[in-house]
Design a binder for this molecule. Structure first.
Ligand code: UDP
Ligand code: MG
Length: 318
């Protein structure tokens, strides 16, 4: 029988944890009874430096029942890093790990399907939203714009797949070999390879608490995702530069011809417009290049992606 770990990053999730833990526990216990997963399977909560009582709740859950594992990060490192910390811990204990959000937006009823696909021999199983009916129009719109932008910019991701996925031990070991600090798991996981499959599910509404991804964080996430997956933005600037240069050469020829015929060009509009145009483009180009230089800077330092303060785990079977 396979040992499955659920990995759930939590940042200020005190409102949802009591309910989340209850539901996940009953699902895991049912699966154990059916003989689909072993008694060594666990529900691992990663506390991402929460400022509320999240860690207290997790510690208490662990004390009450060894099925709950607590991983306490020393500091808030963001969703992706917290998830990685959980997955890398799970890798040492489990045959496969399923990552999901604390707010139960990822339909937990699909967990069994993930495990079935894993039993069929799939190494990575992606959870894909079938509809987005429960999201606000704004969230739906921005999310779709995000996937489109990602595609145009050359980052290969699966549409409508967030971080609800199963990864086998082998896939996790593959993931462990990616040492990058600028972590964008959705872009990395497809690069691992292996046999994959998809499970469709309905995305639910967050049942308590607030989204930890306001627009500002989402934008930063999008930019991070693109720049850590592809260098296409730089190439686009190169092409833009070539285009503008060709236009300026044509303009030069044209104005030279006009000058030969003795007609002087009137007006300063053209000059002002081109000064602003070119100035703006140069700043934009510098910004994009700076984005990559900044990424290189962070990568070169090789700082740890997360630091685990403590792990609450007991070995007994449940
Ligand atoms: N999260 C985290 N660290 C952060 C922000 C979020 O671990 O700095 C977790 C959060 O607790 C949740 C998951 O990431 O389990 C997704 O966050 P959220 O549900 O707020 O995002 P949304 O679903 O609104 O995109
Ligand atoms: Mg959510």
């Amino acid at each position: 029988m396979k040992t499955i770990w659920l990995v759930i990053p939590c940042y200020n999730e005190q409102e949802v944890l009591p309910e989340t833990s209850k539901r996940l526990k009953s699902i895991m216990e049912a699966l154990m009874k059916k003989g689909k997963i072993s008694g060594a399977s666990r529900i691992a909560f990663v506390n991402d430096g929460s400022k509320d009582t999240t860690w207290n709740i997790i510690s208490q859950l662990h004390e009450e029942n060894p099925i709950f594992v607590g991983i306490n990060l020393a500091h808030n490192r963001g969703h992706q890093n917290a998830l990685l910390a959980g997955l890398m811990t799970a890798k040492d204990y489990a045959d496969a790990a399923i990552s999901l959000d604390a707010d139960l937006q990822d339909d937990v009823g699909a967990i069994e399907q993930f495990i079935d696909k894993f039993a069929e021999g799939k190494e990575i199983v992606y959870g894909v939203r079938s509809t987005r009916a429960t999201d606000t129009i704004f969230k739906r719109g921005t999310a779709h714009a995000f996937y489109k932008l990602m595609k145009v910019m050359g980052a290969d991701t699966l549409e409508d797949h967030a971080d609800y996925r199963l990864m086998s031990k082998r896939a996790l070991e593959g993931l462990a070999q990616f040492k990058e600090v600028n972590l964008f798991l959705r872009g990395l996981v497809p690069m691992i390879g292996y046999e994959t499959d998809v499970v469709y599910y309905e995305r639910q509404e967050r049942f308590a608490g607030e989204s930890k991804y306001p627009l500002k964080k989402m934008l930063a996430f999008a930019i991070d995702g693109i720049t850590s997956c592809s260098v296409k933005p730089i190439r686009m600037i190169t092409f833009l530069g070539m285009l503008l240069f060709s236009i300026s050469v044509l303009m030069l020829i044209y104005f030279f011809a006009v000058w030969i015929y003795g007609k002087t060009v009137a007006g300063w509009t053209t000059i002002v417009v081109s000064v602003w145009g070119i100035g703006g483009l140069q700043l934009l180009a510098l910004g994009v290049i700076g984005e990559y230089v900044g990424k290189i800077y962070m990568e070169v330092k090789q700082r740890p992606r997360y630091i685990i303060e403590s792990i609450l785990y007991t070995k007994e079977t449940v």
